[in-house]
Design a protein around this ligand. Sequence first.
Ligand code: TYD
Ligand code: MG
Length: 458
Amino acid sequence: MPKPRQRYVCSSCGWQTVAYVGRCPHCAQWHTLAEVAETVTAKTPPTAAAEAVLLGDVPGDGETRLVTGIGELDQVLGGGLVAASVVLVGGEPGVGKSTLVLQAADALARRGWRVGYLCGEESPRQVRMRAERLGLSRSPVRLMASTELEPVLARAEADGLDVLIIDSIQTVAVQGVEGRTGGPAQLTEAAAAVVAWAKATGTAVILTGHVTKGGDIAGPRLLEHLVDVVLYFEGTDSGLVRVLRAAKNRFGATDEIGVFEMTGTGLRSVEQPAHLFLAGRDPEASGSAIAAVMEGTRPIAVEVQALAVPSHLAVPRRIAVGIEGARLHLLLAVLARRAGVNAGTYDVVVSTSGGLRIRDSAADLALALAIVSAVRDEPLPADLAAVGEVALSGAVRPVAQLGRRLAELERLGVRRCVVPAGADHPPGALELLPAATVRHAARLVFGATPAGTSGAGG
Ligand code: TYD
Ligand code: MG
């Protein structure tokens, strides 16, 4: 019998090696490598050759979709759960993973699917209490409590479940595998076993997994390559908005998001999230601008805010919430160099409302104008939005799907929008203010700078 081989797995990204290194060369995190004993089973000599079928002979009648009826969840999944697939829902503790999967379990069970729910994180009593809060206490979901994976799969198979939910994959152990429950070895073995079982039985499986910032406990990242669909559930600590994002989807698009609101009675799908991301906007306040970002196939109007206060520090503070820090630094540099707006003596804070994390560079122009507004302490016109990417040269670059963004802004009562000059401007009722550069855009909006400001600035 061969000796078990040692290997090291990065708990942050899943990179593997046979020799220990202090820093993962793949994701550049420090001290994330954990030792894993490879389980080596005695190899039996090969007996029969594997089967092969012609590609054209494989039944290809499309996948069976189990629609949950929770609109935003179905949207992110690409039209519902797929039979024999494994979905991983990752997120920080407390974001609402258990709430989401319990609501999904109930919705599926009510549609006639046989649904089992393994509660590893909580006792069945606690799950029952949550269900009461959600108004689901009479739900036909079968609860299981176990810390061992095999008995759960056996029960699920015996009951002929269509859907099995494991909350969470970090709380179940696989027999015969070394390492603590939730550690890298157990986690990958458990997920691999679940995937093989799902394919063999045709059951759809949803796993939840905590993301831990420290990196000392193996997280869902380790499982991304094993499962079919990876969804991350995000939100802010203070805000009630939750965004479900697909990081991987073998059966749908990965740029789709689902928006939910956490209420006193569970998560509510928000099909038209504008009221969340524009809610409470004070048009009289300086530093507030409206952007339109694309999230998957959907345009979303969102308020971006900036605050600039004189700094007492040698190196003024830059704080970005919901926006990449590098993006803020870039825009401040461009504004200083290309538009004559110097925030060098100010502490600058930027954020998005409702906790939406913006990745779309089309929000650059709105953000830049919010910063200019904050530095000048002068509000932007209440009915104005801005859409455009800002280049290092100060140029305002065209963005994809301008027409759909403008239509959404118009629907929400915006009347004017600063847009990239020279782009194809779709017809619509919005008054468009084409700007070639950020300087030009600032002039159009604040009209301040020397007389006759209509020309393109540089
Ligand atoms: P939970 O689903 O337990 O999060 P996770 O499984 O990701 O750790 O959600 C926990 C939070 O959600 C908790 O702070 C309470 C809040 N919550 C509500 O606001 N409303 C509700 O109806 C429920 C069930 C939870
Ligand atoms: Mg939970």
